[in-house]
Ligand binder design. Sequence first.
Ligand SMILES: *[C@@H]1O[C@H](CO)[C@@H](O)[C@H](O)[C@H]1NC(C)=O
Ligand SMILES: *[C@@H]1O[C@H](CO)[C@@H](O)[C@H](O)[C@H]1NC(C)=O
Ligand SMILES: *[C@@H]1O[C@H](CO)[C@@H](O)[C@H](O)[C@H]1NC(C)=O
Length: 367
Amino acid sequence: LQMDPVEVDGSVLEGGGQILRVSAALSCITGSSIKITKIRAGRSTPGLRPQHLSGLQLVSDLCSGVLQGATIGSTDISLTPGKIRSGNHTADTQTAGSVCLLLQVALPCALFAESSSQLCLKGGTNAEMAPQIDYTLKVFKPIVEKFGVNFDCDVRMRGFYPKGGGEVRVSVSPVKHLQPVVLTDRGTITKIHGRAFVAGVLPYKLAKDMCAAAVRTIRKEIKELYINIQALQEKDNAYGNGNGIIIIAESSTGCLFAGSALGKKGVYADKVGIEAAEMLLRNIRHNGCVDEFLQDQLIIFMALANGTSRIRTGAVTLHTQTAIHVAEQLTQAKFTITKSEDELSSNGTNGTYIIQCEGAGVSNTHL
Ligand SMILES: *[C@@H]1O[C@H](CO)[C@@H](O)[C@H](O)[C@H]1NC(C)=O
Ligand SMILES: *[C@@H]1O[C@H](CO)[C@@H](O)[C@H](O)[C@H]1NC(C)=O
Ligand SMILES: *[C@@H]1O[C@H](CO)[C@@H](O)[C@H](O)[C@H]1NC(C)=O
């Protein structure tokens, strides 16, 4: 019995790659065919870019699917999923397209396979417009583990814009179903640490400058904590030139927040350090339990979980609204967002929100 595909408008809300990732992953997991139209319609180069194409191909490979219309520049695709296949899967963006975004789309799928999966993902590990791999490992991973997600990641080679050439190997264990998660108590910030790196021909001094500028910026607001940002020269496991920084804050209740930035031609290292520090500060000024980047990445797990998840956040991002929109379209999950009442908002912060989700309780039929 073939049902009509669910039609997803690729241009709504954030209107970019995220709609593709969330809808393709949910199609794979739920077995519903999807047709995505108006892909990246509002962007300067509409349609699929190479990194989106490799993400869709990876999902299609994971779910033994039939992917139609998927070429560079295409604005309409359809995916008819089959059975989720465990085992080895490779995806190569051929560019500096982010391996972390490939993992975002592949990880939820691999959880619902019959046994473990090994993903070999090639592209940029520390690339623009995406989480750095260090974010994925140090912030995303510990938090998704609370849902019951288990994966290991080996960073074989780091890759940067524009050359790419990075490679990570990820091993994912399947789950019977995901558990709901409650993250509403921020606690106090107890630790700040991070890494500032240079790779290739770039001088080590850049790493030290990013680091020093970041520490100075954080010190203006946070006086009492020891800040441990290491300046690193990537040696053997980095392809091409790159520099960047990620700074992570941990709270007494286990919440994790980050600020990060990458170097660009003509941008002083100090500025890169300051950008990351300001991003971190912005994300810990509110009393939420996740930063603006983790928010939207958790939506798919909340939607799939068996039970009610609640997460306290700062301002709800457009990416988050987009993920919710797609998750509600493709699963039975129901989300509500409420402005939090018990606020310390007198001190000039904007208050927090509670994102609540009655998860669809999707279970792995292969286990
Ligand atoms: C998966 O890949 C690994 C390493 O590339 C290889 O050793 C292994 O034999 C592969 N397994 C299968 C089932 O193809
Ligand atoms: C989901 O949760 C309900 C209520 O806690 C429980 O009865 C049910 O067995 C769970 N489903 C699975 C697949 O574990
Ligand atoms: C509060 O929200 C406004 C508008 O979204 C923003 O410009 C401002 O920086 C926020 N203030 C704080 C303290 O986060």
